[in-house]
Design a protein around this ligand. Sequence first.
Ligand code: CP
Ligand code: NVA
Length: 301
Amino acid sequence: MKRDFLTVWDLSEAEINILLKRAIEIKSGKDSNKCPLIGKSIGLLFEKASTRTRISFEVGIYQLGAQSIYMNPNEIQIGRGETINDTAKVFSRYLDAVVLRTYSHNILIEFAGYSSIPVINGLSDLHHPCQALADLMTIIERKGRLGGIRFAYIGDGNNVANSLIEAAARTGMSITVSCPKGYEPDTEVYERAKSLAKDRIAIVNDPKKAAHKADVVYTDVWVSMGQEKDGLKRKRKFKNYQVDSKLLSYAEPDAIVLHCMPAHRGEEITDEVMDGPQSAVFDQAENRLHTQKALLEFLLS
Ligand code: CP
Ligand code: NVA
């Protein structure tokens, strides 16, 4: 039975722990089973731009012994009206797995429904679960644990925030999201996580309240891909949600700063914080590679 990875919920807590342990082992270089996916082909179909997701998947797939095939919808027949149903069924005859980056999360669900191969969410408007895996790994590296970690997410209640809420609910972290009214995380994601994690999940308006005594301070762009037409309005709404050294001073002195990147320096985060001693953003970006290799092994071996 094939397994998809469309949201963090698709993995149990035990599976997340196994996968993170394996990612740490892969990163250590002590790995003896280097090419477990020899002979396999993995498609990457991306509707949106990508630096980290595309490159880390392509490099990771190569390192696992498989080949990657990058596609943009305008270069295949889906861009000329071929249906998702037909495309998914044809992909399943050639490929061993597919990574999709889409606008609508429903496209991913539909694609996965017609595929007989694993479908991995490389970001949709609603979720970014591969990012959350790398974020969890970075927290373990820096803090040694997930249980009991106080996580502050400052800014837009977007795809990244939704996956982090699910990641916290699954792993025992506490998460406080701070956002302006009207920019909260997805209600369904929040309610479901809250039913599992109860007092470990909160949404507040005041960023200082979220940052207070936090072990991890996280932010993401104020204008996600596809939201450009509301860009000016969003930047006005979020102007008090910048992660700067003042806001960081409310967190624990040894708190780390994470950002999924790309960062809009001077908007959601200052240069001083992004390049400062508490920032772990480049380790976090690197960890996309290791966690996705572990994920591919898990789904395909
Ligand atoms: N964090 C992340 O997914 O980056 P890209 O959009 O560059 O892939
Ligand atoms: N929220 C951002 C994340 C980019 C990795 C976006 O969707 O554009």
